[in-house]
Structure formats: structure tokens, C-alpha cells
Design a protein around this ligand. Structure first.
Ligand SMILES: O=C(O)CCC(=O)C(=O)O
Ligand SMILES: [Fe+2]
Length: 688
């Protein structure tokens, strides 16, 4: 038996209630089978909304960067320390997804995979003690919602792809049968019932005043005869036990529940009494800008200052794409639906940080830095004579290439025009450093975790960085290029190879907490030598074998248990020193090369060999501690083909200036000029 209609319920019933599986109002009960829902929805004509969201974004990265309570690039829920902070209602909320002006009902998410048609399928049972379910249950007092405009359940035209809705509270978490499993569902209720929701239909009636609402009538609750536990009457079609462990779970009478259930109107329309004590714990829209004090010396490079902001003018979530700050129009995805053209920008005065501020005590060597090499990694050849005052460390990878590390010291760093001066001058210049979109990223719109600017011949590897001509480069860039040309020449000539002077220089800038993940610098358009000058904060460079070369096969994820296993074996296995199953792989390769086995037999034997091995990450083989003023030269095409590197700085500010040789036949004729330069005697470097 449904409870009798309450004041609040009848009021809400006047507003049309939509649901993902069933479209229904109290007076009009029209059932739509779930698989027809999407088609039905796409035919709907969307009505305009009454207001504007307090903040919005065109992609998920913008949202996650600017909204601290939704710092979550995947999944529907942001949970932190056991609480759900933000919830994203996107395209697929499951059967009976419901949104009206005050209530949202959706699946909790998790435990899902996508079928070939892209529909979310619940893979296994979701339990009440799962992390997601626990954090949403713990968040009963409040939660916040954002919503994707792809989600047409509401039947309204939402202004942007992601729109912040409001504060909500969690009123119910329960389980439904989904296929052969059970999954958690949640009902949210808007906290502020007095104010009209911006997503209400344009011209719709204002919300019912609080004093006229009935907060006492709740949907009826019945005790299950089998498990003796109580469950709310959730569905109009009849009461059923909602305890997944009960034998009467999700049954009306003795039969499994029919498909196309609809919610009990009393369940949709009840409202919780407003409680002034359970207000929101943080602001819906953060105000980072007003709390920034630019006079604090190193604030502009600290972690807090590279978050996104909500534009005070157009309310877009804007990432800090620029070295000096935020520019609303610069963080545009080109998909802005509203044709948003906003001129807001906030560029900070960047007070140069002295290198002394970034040093720890172990980094104040007078002449040579003490070095202790960890035997877990390759031990280099040490040469204190040939390039004094530099110490030269050489790491040789047989048949692959070598890495030369010129270790600087105070004598080198403090010379006029040396690394100390370069570090300050780079900070004074407006180099045009920016975050660029990663060209190959799993999540579209992801920006690099560092700032970059390219000078000289265009270089388009990890990110497509527009290149500025050396002719227009600040003087400090040419001085760095002088040092890098010296290091490249010394390292290559001492190995007896041909020196090709660099014609490109990529400057990377790292604020606190930024880094460059594993990647290689191999590209057919590049010469085999790459030289980097480190300035500012100390950092660690890691070098490891590429995963496929380490394992001998590409990585494949087992669909059954989700574990990583070996996929296709390498066509041409170089069998690098230190790779997995090195002896066995080498023996098979030798047999194949000697013509003792066919290519198919070679591949099959390797497949059998790898079948018993779990996929493993390659451990780093070389670890370099990069200090201010150090130069590193990587030489050898195969080094980039078989190995990859990453660099993780430790403090607030670091620059890495990397020079390469871009082959002229890979450069557009119109761009050739950009790579030409001539250095003055002051810009040249002699190794002192
Ligand atoms: O930050 C560094 O030292 C490394 C830079 C780098 O790997 C690159 O520019 O490709
Ligand atoms: Fe690199």
C-alpha cells in the first residue's frame, strides 16, 4: 500500500518526473522498456533551463583541476578519507535513473565494465562494505553534484558539457538486482529547498515554500517475513525486500520482480527536514584567486597556485595553462557550446627565486659533490680529469648507446653567465611557457604535467609545441644553447661519433610537484643525441627498459581476471642485457638466426615460454641525480628505441633545457629559418 499523498508529493508531481527506464508522472504512467530508453530520449525536444550553473567545464580535466571536491579524472564519485565529496551524473546512471529539481537517483558506480556496444555492465556484486558504497553511506549529511549535458534524462538543454548543480544530501542507499548481480543505488536530495534550482524549466513555478511542505510523511517501510529486516517501499509495483543476502531479495511475492519497475511516487516526493546544523563542509565554487598573495616570494610556483580556478566572469573552470597564471580563453577545448568568449585573465608577477632557496644542506659542495652509488643501479665510469672542473660519469649500454652526465659544482655554477645567472634570467624572461595537451593520452584534454616552450626547428614529439625562431629567442636561451652544444660535442666526439650541432631547444619548466613521466625522445626526424641542462631544484632521472622489450611481448589484459599477461611476442627481439628470461630468449633467437627453427616456431616457443610468466613492470636500471648546472647527454638511436626515461624534481622550481638535432628534411621549408642561429663569444661555452 502506498502512503497517502502528502503536500510536498503532490506539488512535485506537478513537475514532470523523468526516469531513465520509465517515463512517468502520477497522472501519466507510460512505461518504456529499458533498451528503448535511449532512443526515446534522443527524440525528446529539450526545454530551456531557468538559470545558469555556478560553475561549468567543457572537459573533465578542467573540472577536476578547478573543483577541489571533484578531484577525480575517472569514475562517477570522488571519495576521499572515506567520504563521498562529489558525484558526477553522466550518460549511464542505470535503470530508473531519475532527476528532477530536487531529487537525483542513480547507480553508485564501480564494479562495471563496458559491453561491445559501450553499455555499462555490472561485473560482480557490489557489497555494502565496498569502498564506494561505504563512502557514500558515510556522507549521509551532504554531497555535491555535477552533471554531464550528455545526460538527457532531465529533458532540459543544459548549457555546458559539465554543469555544477548544487549541494545535496544522501537520503537512501539500497541494492537492486542488475542481471545476475546486485548493485548499489543512491537517492540524493537537494539541501537548499527554498531556492529554485537553476536547472528547473524556464518559466516553471517556484519551489513550494518550506512552511507549506510536509516533512513528516515518509514512504512506508515493511518488515520482510524471511529476514525480518525492514525495507522501504521503493517501487510503485509493490513492496519487496531490498536486502541482497535475503532469499526474498528483489521478489514481489515469490516471483522475481518484473522488468520496467517504477518508483513509488511517495519515495520520490518525500523531503528531509532542513537542518541548519548540517550545512556544506566546503564551498561549492572555490575562490582561489582572492586568497593568492602574490608578494609571498615563491607562492606563484607552489602547488596551490597551479590549480585551476573558476573564472569570476563566465564561471568556467579554467586550468593554469600559462606559466604566469590563468587566461580563460587559453583553456578552451574548442567545443564550448555557448560560444563563450571571455577575456578574463590573471597573470602574476613572478618574483625570481634564488637557487640558494632551493638547496638542501647536502647540496652545498665546495668543489666536488660526494657521490654514493646504489648498487641496485648501473655504476658509471668516473672521470675527474678530462673535463675538469666537471666530473664526467658515463653509463654504457652495450649495443644501445651511452649516457654522459657532466656533474657541475659551485665553481662552475657561480661563474658570470653560468647556471646561477641563467636560472635567474630564465625567471625574469617571459619565455611563453605553457601546458600543452598530451598528444597521446587515455583521457582526452589531458595537459602535460610541466610547462614547455620550443625554440628553433619545430619538434613535435610528446606534445605538439609550437616553435619560436632562435632569431627571436631571448638571449638566455642562446646562452643555454651554447652550453648544450658544448656538452653534445664533447660527449659524441669522445665516443668517436659524428657531431651534429643541435638546432632545436625545448625548455621545460616545473613547479612544485610537477614531473615528466616515462617517455622516449625517439623520432625519425631527430638525430641520435639529446642533451639536457638542469637548472634549479634537484631532480632524479630514471631510465628503464621499455616494457615490451623487458617482457619480450606486448602487454595484454586478461578479460577474465583483469590481470596483465603477455600478448603478441616481439617480431624482432633485441634480447637486451637484463631483460626477463634473457638466456632462454637469446638461445631461441640464436636458433632462429642459425636457421634451425622457422619464424613461426620461434614465435610459438616464445609464446610457450612467456605463458607461465606474469607481466612485470621493468625496474629502472639507471638512476641519475640531477643537480643545478648538470648536463646530461643521451646518445644512440637504440637508446630511445629500447629505453625510456622520466624526471621527478624535488622542490619548487626547475628548468630543463634540452637540445636536439632535427633533420632538415623533416622540417617544413617555411620553418627552416627558425633553427638557424649564430652565437656571440659570450654565448659560446668552453667547459669552464
Ligand atoms: O626534465 C628533464 O630533465 C628531462 C626532459 C626530457 O626528458 C625531455 O625534454 O624530453
Ligand atoms: Fe625526454
Amino acid at each position: 500500500m502506498a502512503p497517502s499523498p502528502s503536500a510536498s508529493r503532490s506539488h512535485v508531481a506537478d513537475q514532470v518526473v523523468k526516469s531513465g527506464c520509465v517515463t512517468k508522472s502520477k497522472t501519466q504512467a507510460k512505461k518504456v522498456p529499458s533498451d528503448h530508453t535511449q532512443a526515446a530520449i534522443s527524440d525528446q525536444v529539450l526545454e530551456p533551463v531557468h538559470g545558469e550553473p555556478p560553475a561549468w567545464a567543457e572537459n573533465r580535466q578542467q573540472l577536476c583541476d578547478a573543483i577541489p571536491w571533484f578531484h577525480c579524472t575517472q569514475g562517477a564519485m570522488y571519495h576521499h578519507e572515506g567520504f563521498c565529496w562529489g558525484f558526477l551524473i553522466d550518460a549511464d546512471g542505470g535503470a530508473r535513473t531519475h532527476i528532477d529539481e530536487e531529487v537525483v537517483i542513480t547507480r553508485v558506480g564501480g564494479c562495471c565494465t563496458k559491453d561491445p556496444e559501450g553499455n555499462l555492465i555490472l561485473q560482480r556484486n557490489q557489497e555494502a562494505d565496498s569502498m564506494l558504497a561505504r563512502s557514500i553511506i558515510a556522507s549521509r549529511t551532504q554531497s555535491y553534484l555535477t552533471k554531464g549535458s550528455k545526460h538527457k534524462i532531465l529533458n532540459r538543454a543544459l548549457p555546458h558539457r559539465y554543469n555544477i548543480m548544487s549541494w545535496f544530501r544522501v537520503t537512501n542507499v539500497w541494492f537492486e538486482r542488475i542481471g545476475t548481480n546486485h548493485g548499489a543505488k543512491v537517492r540524493f536530495e537537494k539541501l537548499n529547498l527554498a531556492e529554485k534550482s537553476w536547472w528547473a524549466a524556464k518559466g516553471s513555478a517556484p519551489p513550494m515554500p518550506l512552511e507549506l511542505r510536509d516533512f513528516d510523511t515518509k514512504p512506508e517501510t515493511l518488515k520482510c517475513e524471511s529476514c525480518s529486516k525492514e525495507s522501504i517501499r521503493m517501487y510503485e509495483d509493490g513492496w519487496m525486500c531490498l536486502q541482497p543476502e535475503c532469499d526474498r531479495f528483489w521478489k514481489t511475492g515469490d516471483v522475481p520482480s518484473p522488468p520496467g519497475l517504477t518508483f513509488n511516487p511517495a519515495f520520490l516526493s518525500f523531503r528531509s527536514r532542513p537542518d541548519p546544523k548540517s550545512g556544506p563542509k566546503c564551498s561549492l565554487v572555490p575562490d582561489l584567486l582572492s586568497t593568492l598573495n602574490e608578494d609571498a616570494t615563491d607562492l606563484s610556483t607552489s602547488r596551490v597556485a597551479w590549480k585551476g580556478i573558476v573564472c569570476p566572469e563566465c564561471h568556467k573552470c579554467v586550468r593554469r595553462t600559462l606559466w604566469r597564471g590563468w587566461k580563460c580563453s587559453d583553456d578552451s577545448t574548442g567545443t564550448e557550446t555557448s560560444g563563450n568568449v571571455c577575456s578574463f585573465e590573471r597573470l602574476m608577477t613572478m618574483n625570481p627565486i634564488s637557487r640558494q632557496l632551493l638547496l638542501d644542506d647536502s647540496e652545498r659542495p665546495s668543489i666536488k659533490r660526494e657521490m654514493v652509488f646504489n648498487t641496485k643501479f648501473m655504476i658509471p665510469e668516473i672521470d675527474d680529469v678530462s673535463f675538469s672542473p666537471y666530473r664526467r660519469l658515463t653509463y654504457k649500454l652495450d649495443g644501445v648507446g651511452f649516457i654522459t652526465h657532466f656533474v657541475a659544482n659551485e665553481e662552475i655554477n657561480s661563474r658570470p653567465n653560468g647556471p646561477d645567472d641563467l636560472f635567474i634570467d630564465l625567471q625574469r624572461e617571459d619565455l611563453g611557457l605553457k601546458h600543452f595537451p598530451l598528444s597521446s593520452s587515455l583521457v582526452a584534454g589531458t595537459l602535460t604535467a610541466h610547462f614547455a616552450v620550443n625554440h628553433g626547428s619545430p619538434y613535435k614529439y610528446v606534445v605538439a609545441v609550437l616553435s619560436k625562431a632562435f632569431g627571436e629567442a631571448p638571449e638566455v636561451i642562446l646562452r643555454a644553447l651554447g652550453r648544450l652544444s658544448w656538452a653534445t660535442e664533447q660527449a659524441v666526439i669522445s665516443a668517436g661519433d659524428r657531431y651534429m650541432p643541435p638546432n632545436e631547444l625545448l625548455t621545460l619548466g616545473y613547479f612544485e610537484g610537477m614531473k615528466i613521466g616515462y617517455h622516449d625522445d625517439g623520432e625519425s626526424s631527430l638525430g641520435p643525441t639529446i642533451a639536457t641542462l638542469s637548472l634549479g631544484a634537484k631532480s632524479t632521472m630514471w631510465i628503464r627498459m621499455k616494457q615490451k622489450h623487458f617482457n619480450g611481448a606486448a602487454r595484454r589484459v586478461n578479460t577474465g581476471d583483469g590481470k596483465a599477461v603477455s600478448g603478441n611476442v616481439l617480431q624482432d627481439d633485441p634480447v637486451l642485457k637484463g631483460c626477463r628470461l634473457e638466456n632462454e630468449r637469446r638461445a631461441l633467437k640464436e636458433k632462429f638466426e642459425a636457421g634451425e627453427i622457422s619464424h613461426d616456431e620461434y614465435s610459438n616457443s616464445r609464446r610457450t615460454l612467456f605463458a607461465t610468466q606474469k607481466w612485470k613492470q621493468a625496474p629502472p636500471v639507471i638512476k641519475l641525480e640531477l643537480h643545478h648546472g648538470d648536463l646530461v647527454v643521451m646518445h644512440g638511436e637504440n637508446l630511445q628505441r629500447y629505453y625510456e626515461h622520466s624526471v621527478v624534481p624535488e622542490n619548487k622550481l626547475r628548468f630543463a633545457l634540452t637540445a636536439r638535432y632535427v633533420k632538415p628534411d623533416h622540417v617544413d621549408v617555411a620553418e627552416i629559418e627558425k633553427g638557424k642561429f649564430s652565437l656571440t663569444p659570450e654565448q659560446m661555452y668552453d667547459g669552464k
